[in-house]
Ligand binder design. Structure first.
Ligand code: DHB
Ligand code: MG
Length: 241
């Protein structure tokens, strides 16, 4: 049966059902990524990998933007790196920064298994140290921030230094199950993510939006997608004062 505006809706279709429908068709992970999830769980890594649908969003953004040089901050077990590296053109590279040697070792194994070792490099150490060593390298076309939340504002500053007009700066977990709406949060991570969102919103160099996601704990979350403007004065009519 149809209404004048389209097919009758299925009032009992839950958001979880629809998310499974989307992921099952558009964002299937392969056997390497499924094995990565199992191994990471066994080794006690936190189960906070990007969801399959977020992985697909990342690979689409790499492909649409034509990015050739990707910087990732926070490798974990390498699942997001696999999604993004698979979308790189021939000759493209991804550098991923990871604080924990144990995470990096696991990720390297699965990057190798995925056949991506020729284009992915994982550098171990505090990201702020690794970032400071990148200023002499060519700029990055895409930066994906997904590490410790309290340093998100500092990571944004580095991302702006290490990119060029037209580059994308992405950041995972910028909604934190709605905690970003709190007026005076005690949680330092929430405060840092709020600051990240405010910095992006006010920066005349950036045009940005947040896409809603469900994170690994099935909590409402979001990814900030920002583009470095070619001309910082463009579109200022809609900017926040
Ligand atoms: C957390 C971190 C993440 O990167 C994520 O995607 C989900 C949760 C966390 O630290 O709680
Ligand atoms: Mg995350």
């Amino acid at each position: 049966m149809s209404t004048p505006h389209g097919p009758a809706t299925r009032a009992h279709a839950t958001e979880a059902d629809l998310l499974d429908y989307i992921a099952g068709r558009y964002a299937r992970e392969d056997s390497v990524q499924q094995e990565l999830r199992r191994a990471a769980l066994e080794q006690g890594l936190p189960p906070i990998h990007v969801s399959p649908t977020l992985g697909r969003i990342l690979s689409l953004l790499v492909g649409i933007s034509g990015a050739r040089r990707i910087l990732e901050i926070g490798t974990l077990a390498g699942n997001s790196a696999i999604w993004m590296a698979r979308a790189l053109p021939a000759g493209g590279t991804l550098l991923s920064l990871e604080r924990e040697e144990k995470h990096a070792a696991l990720a390297r194994g699965f990057i190798e298994k995925a056949g991506l070792a020729d284009r992915v490099t994982i550098r171990v150490g505090p990201a702020l140290d690794s970032l400071a060593a990148l200023t002499q390298e060519p700029s990055f076309d895409l930066v994906f921030i997904d590490a410790n939340k309290d340093d998100y504002p500092a990571y944004l500053e580095w991302a702006l230094r290490l990119t060029r007009p037209g580059s994308l700066i992405l950041a995972d977990n910028v909604i934190r199950n709605g905690a970003v709406l709190e007026t005076d949060p005690t949680d330092a991570d929430v405060r840092a993510v709020q600051r990240y969102n405010d910095l992006v919103a006010h920066d005349p160099r950036l045009e940005a939006v947040i896409l809603f996601t469900r994170n690994a704990g099935d909590n409402l979350d979001g990814i900030s997608v920002a583009r470095v403007r070619a001309n910082p004065s463009e579109d200022r009519a809609f900017a926040y004062e």
